[in-house]
Design a protein around this ligand. Structure first.
Ligand SMILES: [Zn+2]
Ligand SMILES: [Zn+2]
Ligand SMILES: [Zn+2]
Ligand SMILES: [Zn+2]
Ligand SMILES: [Zn+2]
Ligand SMILES: [Zn+2]
Ligand SMILES: [Zn+2]
Ligand SMILES: [Zn+2]
Length: 323
């Protein structure tokens, strides 16, 4: 959980009202995709086709769409179930499998997660025919998922999530391919708004959320990237804010642009007379720029000598100077 310098917390509390903070966070992951069933949209416009072909196409289109959005589980709308390659049992989706076989499994020895890429068999929800993974049921002709990813063996009838498969992530993501780019260094798909200006942290998405400890890379929750490049759930960040924590739990840097707050503290310090007997110098380490400086102690806060930040903590006199 976040480490906040004690003096910072009392310092920020009265200052948090109003709209001083504009968060530049961008949701990273999620779950959706676009999709389209190729080949059914233009058949009505064509006058070269004869009536039989037209009827045939309409029948195909009708079969294809039977039961759309009416089947599935609490995780996905889809028209098939999967046979788990690990335990050979049938589940609505991989999350249903993991809920049953990992989260709620009492026996430690039996606890396991599914590898989505290894799924080979699906069972059509309309005709119950078991078959190899494919988009259209070979028995009844229904489309088992309007979005279909052959690599992830993933089906979803709700295409409003704008699902897409990222080859570099190796999994399907949501939010629309055009809105994201894959950062090789961070190892994940980030919003195109971050393309120019984010701090890359090697494999930053391949670790646990520092607040709730869930593995971030394939989390279904919204994830945000801090200015320091560290990542966490958006919800977890909002929780931190509720507790007046504005430092990255991993590196202590400020999690948003605090310049307006620093200015207010400047003014407050100017207006607050320190008692004569408290007039002393202290050494501080700046969490934002990393520099160490010797400054006048003030009850409101210690401002870094190298940058405008008050996100500082008291420290020892540097070794190079103490001897
Ligand atoms: Zn299993
Ligand atoms: Zn079927
Ligand atoms: Zn995929
Ligand atoms: Zn990616
Ligand atoms: Zn990056
Ligand atoms: Zn979290
Ligand atoms: Zn950080
Ligand atoms: Zn500084």
């Amino acid at each position: 959980m976040a480490v906040l310098v004690a003096s910072m917390e009392s310092l920020f509390t009265p200052l948090m009202s109003g709209d001083q903070f504009r968060y530049a966070y961008n949701n990273v992951a999620a779950h959706s995709h676009q999709h389209v069933v190729a080949g059914h949209t233009s058949c009505l416009d064509s006058d070269v086709e004869d009536d039989d072909d037209l009827t045939e196409d309409l029948v195909q289109a009708w079969k294809w769409s039977i039961g759309a959005k009416r089947h599935g589980c609490k995780h996905y709308r889809r028209r098939c179930k999967i046979r788990a390659p690990c335990c050979n049992e049938i589940f609505d989706c991989r999350h249903c499998h993991n809920d049953a076989k990992n989260i709620n499994e009492k026996d430690d020895k039996k606890r396991h997660e599914i590898d989505r890429h290894l799924v080979e068999k699906v069972i059509c929800s309309l005709c119950e025919h078991e078959q190899n993974v494919q988009q259209v049921c070979e028995n009844c002709g229904v489309c088992m998922g309007e979005f279909f990813c052959d690599k992830c063996k993933f089906f979803d009838d709700d295409t409003s999530k704008q699902q897409y498969h990222c080859d570099k992530c190796g999994i399907c993501r949501t939010g629309g391919r055009e809105n994201f780019f894959h950062c090789d260094r961070c190892g994940c798909c980030y919003s195109t708004q971050l393309r120019e200006g984010h701090t890359c942290v090697e494999k930053s998405m391949h670790q646990d959320c520092p607040v709730c400890m869930e593995y971030l890379f394939d989390s279904l929750l919204d994830i945000t990237v801090l200015p320091c490049g560290h990542t966490l759930h958006l919800e977890c960040l909002q929780d931190m804010h509720k507790h007046f924590q504005y430092n990255c739990p991993l590196c202590n840097k400020s999690v948003c642009d605090m310049s307006s707050v620093w200015k207010q503290i400047d003014q407050e310090i100017e207006a607050t007379q320190m008692p004569e007997d408290q007039n002393r110098m202290v050494w501080i380490l700046c969490n934002d720029c990393g520099s160490t400086s010797e400054v006048q102690y003030h009850i409101v806060g210690q401002k870094c000598a190298s940058c405008p930040s008050y996100n500082t903590r008291l420290t020892e006199i540097p070794n190079s100077l103490s001897s």
